[in-house]
Design a binder for this molecule. Structure first.
Ligand code: HEM
Ligand SMILES: [Cu+2]
Length: 607
């Protein structure tokens, strides 16, 4: 292993200057470049998805009023002549906001960007196991994203059946819906290829001496996430294939007999299908998918919290088993999305109980994060602030989840804004804050430049405050009865008193959206003017910090051997307060002896 590592490193330093622009930046097989490609593409989609959200929010706060500034510039198929969002366009925006954020932002950022950047570096490998497959896996993603977006320009507009694509609506739909189906299929393919790569890389390419229980939590989390992807995604893919056939080949997997759909020719549809079948298949993937979107975040945050608390991660093994437990339970709870579908109450109860059980490993993780910070020497850097926000926002989102998991409560809050509140606490407050934590933590390694702490903190605080002002009131709206996916709340008398709250949310959503430009400014500022980053600016133990910043193609300039776990902070064995995983034990003792001798000497000089 040592020999191959060094051999690769040599080979690559020789070859880097010959690599063409195309091979270096476009069709690169280097995991770090692929991570950056995922980052740039997904951040672009973050702004696109964010713009959709602001259009939605504008309509909810000021129904029927023209969109300011750009309203009249938008195509007449999207907006009314005065420039207000039409009902049809609203349904498209809502569908595309959810689909883009989940499939083109959160999953690519957490799995594509963090996974690609961290896994090989943190286990001391020179690249992924299958670099070419890795490249293909990336390139499927922008292709899929573009296909999905293309829906806005085809006859009938984009997909509009919600990010959950429920039939019969989605099975009797427009070209836009088909583009959505094809795009998701391709994204799924890309995910599976990525997952195969992570699993193989973690199992086969760890540096000598690194046991599974010496891997950092980020690596564990991506590893388990990859297993969930392998189990869940093929099910989604088959469901999508069936939906595609219902649309085009007059099959009726999801179309019941005697269906009446105005304006649709159902003569050739046999009927006999089950719309509920889609819900089962979809949620069999998509509930585990919420863990695809949170587990990597949990891994990142565990690493960041330990480093900036200068303490070992509390309960390392419990953390690993909690991830495994969450992943396992996550696969058997999908029915909690279907409580109101008329399922047998007995079945509903089993799904309720299994869902509530997920709170146990989630709480184990939460308490261990608190235990990690407890009495630590906490340093509130930008990554740390985002990581602490992750923990607290995830707790709020997890708690609202338990409300919904209770079947009698869910009768009232299902399909209301309460669930929109829940989704955003876990996905924005959780996953996206974890992305911010990870991005700002590994940025110096990625680019070789430090980020401006002031800009990073400004971005954090504005985001954190406006995030809570945007999404917390949604719980109140939901309990008040405001339905999710509603176009104009003011047509219902009982919702009229909530209109000021809707306006408040929208104002904050606008602030939240524009605050993200501060992050972009911070990244650009760092690239242009940032201080050069040392190898290990955060004084961390894990292997990626042994590589130069940024690491060259092939990653490490020296052979590595792992002697211990990743979280030996404030170790009494160490002269500094940390013990890198690669520092040989005899070197640790030698340094300590030297240090003690020096202390003794200075002690006798003073005395
Ligand atoms: C203790 C943890 C959690 C529990 C008990 C829980 C429970 C639930 C339940 C019961 C629903 C369905 C509500 C309904 O439709 O009436 C739901 C929806 C949802 N949850 Fe969670 N959840 C938890 C954590 C998470 C996490 C970590 C994520 C993502 C990172 C997440 C994302 C979602 C999403 C996206 C939906 C909405 C799906 C839709 O559009 O219909 N949840 N959750
Ligand atoms: Cu779920």
């Amino acid at each position: 292993m040592d020999a191959t590592l060094t051999a690769h490193a040599h080979e690559t330093t020789d070859h880097t200057h010959h690599a063409s622009f195309l091979r270096t930046y476009i069709f690169s097989t280097d995991h770090k470049m692929i991570a950056k490609q995922f980052m740039v593409t997904a951040l672009l989609f973050l702004f696109i998805g964010g713009a959709f959200a602001l259009f939605i929010r504008w309509q909810l706060a000021y129904p029927g009023k023209p969109i300011p500034v750009i309203g009249t510039l938008l195509p007449s198929t999207w907006v009314s002549p005065e420039g207000a969002v039409t009902a049809d366009f609203y349904a498209q925006l809502l569908t595309m906001h959810g689909s883009v954020m989940i499939f083109a932002v959160i999953i690519p950022l957490l799995v594509g960007m963090i996974g690609n950047f961290c896994v090989p570096l943190m286990i001391g490998a020179d690249d992924m196991a299958f670099p070419t497959i890795n490249m293909i896996s990336f390139w499927m993603f922008p292709v899929a994203g573009a296909l999905m977006m293309a829906g806005f320009w085809v006859e009938g507009g984009s997909a509009a059946a919600g990010w959950t694509g429920y039939p019969p609506l989605s099975a009797l739909a427009s070209t836009g819906q088909t583009l959505w189906i094809v795009a998701l299929f391709i994204v799924g393919f890309s995910s599976i290829l990525g997952a195969l790569n992570y699993i193989t890389t973690v199992l086969n390419m760890r540096a000598p001496g690194m046991g599974l229980f010496q891997m950092p939590m980020t690596v564990w989390a991506i590893f388990i996430t990859a297993i969930i992807i392998i189990i869940g995604t093929p099910v989604l893919a088959s469901a999508l294939a069936m939906l595609f056939m219902d649309n085009f080949l007059h099959t009726s997997f999801f179309l019941p007999a005697n269906l009446v759909a105005p304006g649709k020719d159902l003569a050739r549809t046999a009927g006999g299908g089950q719309p509920l079948l889609w819900q089962h298949l979809f949620w069999f993937y998509s509930h585990p998918a919420v863990y695809i979107m949170i587990l990597p975040g949990m891994g990142v945050v565990s690493d960041v919290l330990a480093v900036f608390s200068r303490k070992p991660l509390f309960g390392y093994k419990a953390m690993v088993f909690a991830i495994i437990a969450i992943a396992f339970l996550g696969i058997i709870v999908w029915g909690h999305h279907m409580f109101q579908s008329g399922m047998n109450p007995l079945l509903g109860t089993t799904f309720m109980i299994s869902t509530m059980v997920i709170a146990v490993p989630s709480a184990i993780k939460t308490f261990n994060w608190l235990g990690t910070m407890w009495r630590g020497q906490m340093e509130f850097t930008t990554p740390m602030l985002n990581a602490v926000a992750f923990v607290s926002m995830f707790v709020i989102g997890g708690l609202s989840g338990i409300f919904m998991a209770s079947t009698p409560v869910d009768v009232y809050i299902h399909d209301t804004y309460f669930i929109v509140g829940h989704i955003h606490y876990v996905l924005f407050g959780g996953s996206l804050f974890a992305v911010f934590a990870g991005l700002t933590y590994w940025w110096p390694k990625m680019t070789g430049r430090m980020m401006h702490e002031g800009l990073g903190k400004l971005h954090f605080w504005i985001t954190f405050v406006s995030f809570n002002f945007t999404f917390f009131p949604m719980h109140i709206l939901g309990v008040g009865g405001m339905m999710r996916r509603i176009y104009d709340p003011t047509v219902y008398d009982f919702l009229k008193p909530f209109q000021p709250m809707n306006e408040f949310i929208t104002v904050n959503a606008i602030i939240l959206g524009f605050a993200q430009f501060i992050l972009v400014a911070a990244l650009i500022h760092s690239l242009v003017k940032g201080r050069a980053a040392r190898r290990n600016p955060w004084r961390a133990n894990t292997l990626e910090w042994e590589a130069p910043s940024p690491p060259p193609h092939g990653n490490f300039d020296k052979p590595l051997r792992v002697y211990r776990g990743p979280y030996e902070y404030s170790s009494p064995e160490s002269v500094q307060d940390y013990l890198p995983q690669t520092l040989p034990p005899d070197e640790v003792t030698r340094r300590m002896a030297e240090h003690l001798a020096r202390e003794k000497q200075s002690g006798s000089e003073n005395g």
